[in-house]
Ligand binder design. Structure first.
Ligand SMILES: [Zn+2]
Length: 97
């Protein structure tokens, strides 16, 4: 396709703006909607989610996790990972470091 790179740029922009919207949103339903939309845009336009955003998406419910808001962050230094526990669905997301 001719304009595929333009389309991808727009998709990327939308993902980033949706992420900041989801972060600021106090309404859980809306935040979840933004998060899922972000994932759908990424799949549809084959644009990878930025790393910073990808690692913060809950694998249980798809919500963008913001520390101090809808997730609990714990450092498990003995096993070298950061444990993000989603307060919405209680799913534990491990991120090795
Ligand atoms: Zn969750």
């Amino acid at each position: 396709m001719k304009n595929s790179s333009i389309v991808k740029d727009i998709a990327k922009e939308r993902i980033v703006s949706l992420a900041s919207l989801a972060e600021k949103e106090n309404d859980e339903k809306l935040a979840l909607r933004y998060s899922r939309l972000m994932k759908r845009i990424s799949l549809h336009y084959k644009v990878p989610l930025p790393k910073e955003i990808k690692k913060r998406i809950c694998r249980g419910c798809g919500m963008l996790m913001s520390p101090g808001k809808n997730c609990v962050v714990r450092l498990v230094s003995s096993k070298r990972y950061v444990l993000y526990t989603c307060t919405r669905c209680k799913k534990e997301n491990r991120l090795p470091y």
